[in-house]
Design a protein around this ligand. Structure first.
Ligand code: ZN
Ligand code: ZN
Length: 177
């Protein structure tokens, strides 16, 4: 069982911005959750041919930096993430592992030419952080409409789900801990 959750800030956001999200995330998993700077070298994950950042390379950096920990770590970045088979990803996580990465690059309305709404952006980020962490706790994608573990390709789908786990996922989480 993990002893804590560490949200690693690898973006230009103020840590304070992530504190509120951190508390909400801690409540979902019932674990102490705290924010620190991330020991990531984003440049090394940059793919010049795509103009994006390889999320798997960032996960590898996290695993390298935290070899022995029993904490779950999720890095928050502002850059655009991809994995080779997809145009982009909101995030990536090690299933049943210790590391995850999530990006808010595509979570803000202006990316889609829509009116800025900060509250909405940070709510989406909270959901995606909970989602990717859920994978590190061994949770798969869920088909419950409002469950945070439902897979999302578009921000509209993120908006439809809650920031919490459905009862099924919650009981699986308890079973794995
Ligand atoms: Zn997922
Ligand atoms: Zn669920």
């Amino acid at each position: 069982m993990a002893s804590a959750i560490n949200i690693l800030n690898a973006s230009t956001l103020e840590d304070e911005r992530l504190e509120g999200i951190s508390q909400a995330v801690g409540r979902v998993f019932g674990l102490r959750t705290y924010v620190t700077p991330a020991p990531l070298n984003l440049d090394r994950a940059f793919d010049p041919s795509r103009g994006q950042y390889n999320s798997t390379a960032l996960l590898a950096q996290l695993l390298q930096a935290y070899k022995d920990g029993d904490e779950k770590r999720i890095a928050v970045v502002g850059v655009d993430l991809f994995i080779p088979v997809l145009t982009f990803v909101f995030g990536e996580a090690q299933l049943n592992g210790i590391a995850a990465v999530v990006s808010f690059h595509r979570l803000a309305n202006p990316f889609y030419g829509m009116v800025p709404d900060d509250a909405m952006t940070w709510k989406r980020l909270e959901k995606e952080i909970v989602h990717e962490l859920g994978h590190t706790f061994g949770l798969y994608h869920c088909h419950q409409f409002e469950c945070v573990m439902r897979s999302s390709t578009y921000v509209e789908e993120i908006d439809l789900k809650r920031e919490s786990l459905c009862p099924d996922c919650k009981s699986k989480l308890v079973a794995t801990r």
